[in-house]
Design a protein. Structure first.
Length: 366
């Protein structure tokens, strides 16, 4: 009898244990999946783009000789200020001087002959034809003398305007060739900032009403010369209408006065901040830049890209998007998105609409 009671008691305990486990499994909710979220910036910021640029002098000239020769005199150094007309360099002028002296002798002979012919013509000793020949020879001799004198002047290189010598790539006593740069001169006071605009952006620009060209009279642009520096306003100066064969980008040149609070030299780097909303149609869909892992093609239509938008407290919804270019800031997408939307930043291809999620927050120390 005691054995039977013990067996019955053990059986009852086993049944109670199984019932408790089933109840525990039935009441325990499914665990939510942690997801990393990103918040979309303001719509205006989505059309703000930054482009690397370089600084160039607005007035800049590469000075060279029109003839080859040995460089005998070099009067300037990099960083030196120079006035208009001041001699920068001189090459060997011995041949030019010899030609000038020969032309001078021929001119003096032609002048003497002309005066003699004019005197004899007045007395009827020669014909008009002989006098005209002497007059023609005088003109030819005077032209040859002027050319020889100009050739002698070409052996001297002079500053075309007041400026600063930026670079001197040659040394004294060396042979220089025709059009070989001897000195680079810049005129201070105005600077150019050059950057390149990709054709994907140019293609979306609305042409100005008064011009068939894409840019027309554009607004001022902000230029930065350091990461923590101030912005400087620059105006459009010029742009190319033919893309570079390699980069497929168009060169844009901005201009601004030389700032008083910062030293800028030719070749320095800069950043141009461009507000594309001033160029785009008013109804253009904003472009958002998201991590490539935030875009998924897993769905009923494998050709349709989508992102997952977080819905508080624990759900997500699929948003179809149009995918653009991959940039350093992320993958460009367009769709029914709005500022402050929170998107799943990674693992989008492994999510489904019925999955419960919770925002993943980085713990301190991780």
């Amino acid at each position: 009898m005691p054995v039977i009671r013990i067996r019955l008691l053990l059986g009852v305990l086993a049944l109670l244990t199984l019932a408790g486990c089933e109840k525990s499994q039935t009441l325990e909710p499914a665990s939510a999946r942690p997801v990393k979220l990103l918040t979309l910036d303001d719509a205006g910021a989505a059309l703000m783009r930054h482009f690397p640029a370089r600084v160039e002098a607005s007035t800049r000239s590469d000075l060279s000789f029109r003839m080859a020769g040995e460089l005998l005199e070099l009067n300037v150094a990099a960083g030196q200020r120079i006035s208009a007309g001041e001699m920068i360099a001189r090459i060997d002028d011995s041949n030019a001087r010899s030609q000038l002296e020969s032309a001078r002798s021929s001119l003096e002979l032609a002048e003497a002959t002309f005066e003699r012919m004019r005197y004899t013509l007045e007395r009827g000793a020669i014909s008009q034809v002989r006098f005209d020949e002497a007059k023609s020879q005088l003109r030819a001799a005077r032209s040859a003398f002027e050319q020889a004198d100009e050739q002698l002047e070409h052996t001297r290189l002079r500053a075309p305007y007041d400026g600063v010598i930026a670079r001197v790539p040659v040394d004294n006593r060396q042979m220089v060739q025709v059009k070989e740069t001897v000195a680079v001169i810049q005129q201070p006071g105005q600077l150019d900032v050059v950057f390149h605009l990709p054709e994907q952006i140019v293609r979306r620009i609305v042409p100005a009403n008064d011009s068939a060209l894409p840019f027309g009279n554009m607004l001022a642009h902000e230029v930065y010369f350091s990461q923590d520096g101030s912005a400087y306003l620059a105006q459009l100066k010029s742009y190319t209408t033919q893309a570079d064969a390699q980069s497929l980008a168009y060169e844009i040149t901005l201009t601004l006065p030389q700032p008083d609070d910062i030293t800028l030299l030719d070749g320095m780097s800069a950043t141009v901040r461009l507000d594309l909303s001033a160029w785009m149609p008013q109804d253009v869909t904003p472009v958002w830049r998201v991590p490539p892992e935030a875009v998924s093609y897993a769905g009923e239509n494998p050709d349709q890209a989508r992102v997952w938008r977080f819905q508080s407290p624990d759900s997500i919804e699929s948003v179809p998007v149009e995918v653009g270019s991959l940039t350093s800031a992320g993958l460009e997408v367009r769709g029914e998105l709005a500022p402050d939307d929170r998107l799943v930043a990674a693992g989008a291809s492994r999510l489904r609409a019925e999955i419960s999620v919770i925002p993943w927050e980085k713990e301190q120390g991780l």
